[in-house]
Write a protein that binds this ligand. Structure first.
Ligand SMILES: [Zn+2]
Length: 284
């Protein structure tokens, strides 16, 4: 028997036509007899194309809450630009936890004169904008780079004094020039600090380290372990009753680190990594 393409096509067309007519008839019957317990199955592939979406209904829905809605984040930009002109004022001894320490220091300075205090406020402002865009409220221990202090005891209690969920202290290091990379300092604990705060600070430090690495930043090759350094001699961390970590974002005496620290791209990566870390920490 011949089964040329033409004949096959005709046969399929005929079969299809019969099926179509049967379908129409069945649908008509079903419509006429709504109580029919077993309506014929319709070919789902032949279902009509879906109607275009109606936008009006969607737009009245509440937008999803921002991820950091209701959160208060404390940022501590280390040092201050005015410290250079106030040596006596920053030299007085203040409470630092297990011991007293000097109120504040001037911080690191790059060979070309770029100051750590300046970097710290630049990154702090960038981080603040990123956190606010995610719905958080942000408080900072200083707003500009012209003043003196505050002292480390004030920075240390700033988290609980403002009711913040956590505190990030921002610094850059001034180490030997062949040292490079960031390190996150977390409190090691002492008798005046709760174990819970130490433990939660440790979790926060891990999040910060992991997210910095995600953004392509390199852990320090000269201090700490895998980008985390534990210290019990820093008033800023010792006096905190909220989870707190101190980021040394890079070494200002290393050319590659300095270029990263000063660049928009570097500061954007640092800020985004910190914002991600804060969000994940508070989520967990
Ligand atoms: Zn510093």
């Amino acid at each position: 028997m011949s089964s040329s393409p033409t004949n096959v096509a005709r046969r399929w067309a005929r079969t299809g036509l019969v099926a179509f007519v049967a379908l129409i008839a069945a649908a008509g019957l079903a419509a006429c007899a709504p109580s029919d317990p077993e309506p014929p199955e319709l070919d789902t592939e032949a279902a009509p194309a879906p109607l275009p979406e109606e936008p009006a209904e969607e737009s009245v829905e509440e937008p999803a809450p921002a991820p950091l809605d209701g959160r208060l984040i404390a940022i501590d930009p280390g040092h201050n630009g005015g410290n250079f002109d106030a040596p006596d004022e920053i030299a007085r001894e203040v409470d630092a936890g297990p011991e007293t320490k000097r109120c504040n220091t001037v911080g690191a300075v790059a060979d070309d004169g770029y100051r750590e205090s300046r970097f710290n406020i630049e990154l702090a402002r960038r981080l603040r904008a990123m956190l606010e865009a995610r719905g958080a409220e942000v408080v900072m221990t200083r707003e500009d780079d012209d003043g003196v202090g505050p002292c480390i005891d004030e920075r240390g209690t700033f988290g609980q004094d403002t009711g913040a969920d956590l505190m990030i202290s921002i610094h850059a290091d001034g180490a030997a020039e062949d040292g490079h990379g960031f390190h996150v300092i977390r409190p090691g604990g002492w008798e005046g600090q709760s174990e819970e705060v130490v433990e939660r600070s440790s979790r926060l430090a891990t999040q910060v380290r992991d997210h910095l690495v995600n953004y392509g930043l390199t852990p320090s090759n000269y201090v700490g372990e895998d980008g985390i350094h534990v210290r019990s001699d820093l008033g800023t961390l010792n006096l905190s009753e909220v989870p707190a970590v101190l980021l040394e974002a890079g070494n200002m005496h290393n050319d590659d680190d300095l270029a990263m620290l000063r660049s928009n791209e570097g500061q954007d990566a640092l800020g985004a990594a910190l914002a991600d870390a804060i969000e994940h920490y508070l989520d967990g």
